[in-house]
Design a protein around this ligand. Structure first.
Ligand code: PSV
Ligand code: MN
Length: 413
């Protein structure tokens, strides 16, 4: 019998005290949600380059998400953005059914309270009551859409803020926000969660109403157990230790989900794991330590986290980029499962600074490709999803069938 790369890795991991069948089982349970808007053309404020074959309609976005799931086996749900994904006939139940027929489900519903002219001065933070009410109506409509599509997460991000000191009362904006969020929270579908996303700047430049995780966390605490914080990896200043935020929120039972992407300078929305795979590993390390441990509420919280991608692919094909994003998350997760937790705990307790550091890095430096290949074989998907996707000619077929769509961003207004 020939010795395979998987055999060699298994033996090495066994020596390190890693339970390989358990790791494989966990890898097969992993779920990553992809965003409908990541399949459409998108761009910067300078230019949106059209990609031939990019999705033009919500159904095409769902088709593309299903393709990503078919090639990876671990991307079974799609987040939607309303109104970008509003069905022409208004039939959300049919949209949910269409997704299921294609092999995926509808995940988080993202209300959009930033693209209409009425929101120039904000949505829930607006000093004028009309736009605040419009935002609230839209949020309640999204709660209804959740009921119709079977979604269990309302994912909230607000562009609200001010551009000039003195433009509005910062405390009054805070109170208006608390009022709006409170009403939405009371109207969440049974058992559903509200995920509150923060971002430190953009599009507002002087103040942002939910600038950081502390603000989102404080409001989640006020609202109730079903309100949690959503961490978008692109929404922090340079150098912020995101894994520490993750650890804190897990320990408090208030980490609701992620918007995975990667950044170099600002909210770049690059393929997750493309710029800083070490950071992604360290984030997964916190999640895995909590999920595989026995400390509550962190364990329960870690097991309920919604792992979502939020990316825009400006100069590259959408489906290939999404496949790479999913497999990058898979790789980071696999490495986090290889951290020898007991040895690490001993090294930490002994004050062995570099010993602990090396144990963690040993997992990061492990070539997990044979492990991923085995997990993928068992999932019944290609061993190299990206390579097989490129070889499939699917992009060219879509380009021929769909042509070049105009428009940009998540929707085609
Ligand atoms: C805002 O930058 C954000 O991260 C929010 O999650 C939005 O819903 C998404 O991007 C798409 O605009
Ligand atoms: Mn986001």
């Amino acid at each position: 019998m020939t010795t395979t790369a998987f055999d060699i890795l298994s033996e090495d991991l066994g020596r390190r005290g890693i339970d390989v069948p358990h790791v494989l089982a966990r890898l097969k349970q992993q779920h990553i949600e992809t965003p409908s808007w990541g399949y459409a053309n998108s761009g910067t404020r300078f230019k949106a380059f059209a990609w031939p074959g990019a999705a033009r309609t919500t159904r095409e976005k769902l088709d593309d998400a299903a393709t990503v799931h078919r090639f990876t086996g671990i991307a079974p749900s799609v987040a939607i953005h309303i109104p970008w994904d509003k069905p022409e006939d208004g039939d959300y139940a049919a949209m949910g059914q269409y997704a299921r027929d294609k092999g995926v489900t509808i995940g988080a519903v993202n209300p959009n309270v930033f693209q209409d002219d009425a929101y120039k001065l904000g949505s829930f933070g607006n000093p004028v009551s009309g736009p605040r009410e419009a935002a609230l109506d839209h949020m309640l409509e999204c709660c209804d859409i959740m009921r119709r599509t079977g979604s269990d997460a309302l994912s909230l991000w607000f562009a609200d803020g001010t551009n000039y000191a003195g433009q509005d009362s910062l405390r009054a904006r805070k109170r208006r926000f608390e009022e709006g969020l409170g009403v939405v929270y009371e109207n969440l579908p049974e058992g559903a969660r509200m995920l509150i996303e923060y971002k430190f700047f953009e599009p507002a430049f002087y103040s942002t109403d939910i600038p950081d995780w502390g603000t989102a966390y404080a409001w989640a605490l006020k609202l109730g157990e079903q309100a949690q914080v959503l961490v978008d990896l692109g929404h922090h200043a340079q150098g912020v230790n995101i894994e520490q935020i993750v650890a804190f929120l897990l320990d408090e039972g208030r980490l609701g989900g992620f918007h995975f992407n990667n950044r170099k300078y600002a909210d770049d929305d690059l393929i997750v794991g493309s710029t800083n795979p070490y950071e992604l590993f360290l984030i997964y390390n916190e999640l895995t330590e909590a999920a595989e441990g026995d400390i509550e509420p962190a364990r329960d919280c870690a097991r309920r986290v919604a792992y979502m991608i939020d990316q825009c692919h400006n100069i590259e094909g959408k489906i290939g980029a999404m496949i790479l994003s999913v497999v990058n998350c898979q790789e980071a997760y696999a490495k986090s499962l290889l951290v020898p937790r007991q040895d690490l705990a001993q090294a930490r307790a002994a004050g062995d600074v570099l010993g602990a550091h090396e144990l963690l890095n040993g997992a990061f430096k492990t070539d997990v490709r044979p492990l991923l290949a085995r997990a993928r074989e068992e999932l019944g998907v290609p061993v190299d999803p990206y390579r097989d996707y490129v070889a499939s000619g699917h992009d060219a077929a879509l380009a021929a069938a769909r042509g070049v769509a105009g428009g940009s961003g998540g929707g085609f207004q």
